[in-house]
Design a protein around this ligand. Structure first.
Ligand code: SF4
Length: 332
């Protein structure tokens, strides 16, 4: 259970039901009033070494930008939803940005406004739309603090159109198992070899627990997908990922194996990550490998095309062998 060290809050949050509930829940935690959750001067000044310590705080505010971004992978729109950032610390997390301002968990209490926009957009559209609500945070983790996932599923079920989807690296799914989701929600479990989880995905759930969670979600009638992501080309990566695929084959339930689709994403990394990680996690493995990575613009690093191509061929071969009937939505 996450127990924040301090709460940084915008004063308007008390005009919202969730804001009141969170202030009551954390009444014994020290509070700091802030003007704007996007710009907390005190946090901006902290050094990279304090990265993990910063994540022990909870920021609570009102989301002001509600712009949907078109998407063409497993959804039609990426939707800014009820949280941003995370209490865990995957070393490659793309939510990390300059000056640490996006690393910690921010909760947004105006959930009615956000869900209402999703429902209205879905109902106005001729096409059945899918909304990705988990691209800015991990909603299963967030739910353990706010119960927002329970609230969302219960309040979305009667919408006449539209679907929701989100990825997760966490196993705390019991709260949503008995909900009447009406088949409108797809949960995508993100997996990696246990070796990578231990050394890179600090604070997330173990592989076996993630597999058990996705089996439970399928049993509860949710649509499910598996994200093998991000694929990280450490020295013996092919052995590790082959082992992962075999574990998935042996431990995913028959129902999951019958219906789940896959997404496979190679890691992208950045100069900012290298700087934060070398100071915040000096003993961790180095994910930047200049032999096999290239600059991808704006300080980003990607695997060189020839390595990625070889990786894609390898993964497709193994997936064809172990999951011949499951669709791979994309490999990027
Ligand atoms: S669990 Fe997801 S949101 Fe949290 S640090 Fe890892 S990649 Fe980022």
């Amino acid at each position: 259970m996450f127990k924040p060290k301090a709460i940084y809050y915008e004063k308007e949050i008390i005009n919202y039901q969730l804001g009141k509930e969170l202030m009551e829940k954390y009444k014994d935690v020290p509070k700091v009033e802030i003007e704007n959750h996007n710009n907390i001067e005190e946090m901006r000044k902290k050094s990279n070494k304090e990265f993990m310590d910063m994540k022990r705080n909870l920021i609570i505010g009102v989301r002001k930008t509600h712009k949907f971004v078109e998407n063409h992978k497993t959804s039609d729109y990426l939707v800014p939803y009820t949280s941003s950032g995370c209490t865990a610390a995957c070393m490659y997390c793309y939510l990390v940005c300059n000056y640490n301002k996006c690393s910690y968990l921010r909760l947004f209490v105006n959930r009615e406004q956000m869900l209402d926009k999703i429902i209205k957009t879905a109902e106005k559209s001729e096409k059945e739309l899918t909304f990705e609500i988990g691209s800015n945070s991990d909603l299963v983790l967030e739910n353990s603090i706010t119960e927002n996932l329970v609230w969302t599923i219960e309040n979305f079920k009667n919408a006449t159109k539209g679907r929701l989807t989100f990825p997760t690296k966490f196993d705390m799914v019991d709260d949503i198992l008995n909900l009447d989701h009406k088949g409108k929600v797809t949960v995508r479990m993100s997996v990696n070899p246990e070796y990578i989880i231990n050394r890179v995905e600090f604070g997330t759930s173990r592989l076996d627990n993630r597999i058990e969670a996705i089996n439970k979600l399928k049993e509860a009638g949710y649509d499910v997908g598996i994200l093998i992501a991000p694929v990280i080309m450490v020295e013996n990566w092919k052995d590790l990922y082959l082992e992962l695929i075999k574990i998935l084959d042996s431990k995913l339930s028959k129902k999951v194996k019958k219906e789940a689709f896959f997404e496979i994403i190679f890691m992208t990394y950045s100069y900012v990550h290298t700087k934060i990680n070398e100071e915040a996690f000096p003993n961790a493995i180095n994910l930047y490998n200049k032999e096999i990575m290239r600059g991808g613009g704006r300080g980003k690093y990607r695997y060189k095309e020839e390595y990625k191509k070889d990786g894609e061929i390898f993964l497709r071969e193994q997936m064809n062998k172990y999951f011949p009937n499951n669709k791979i939505e994309y490999i990027v």
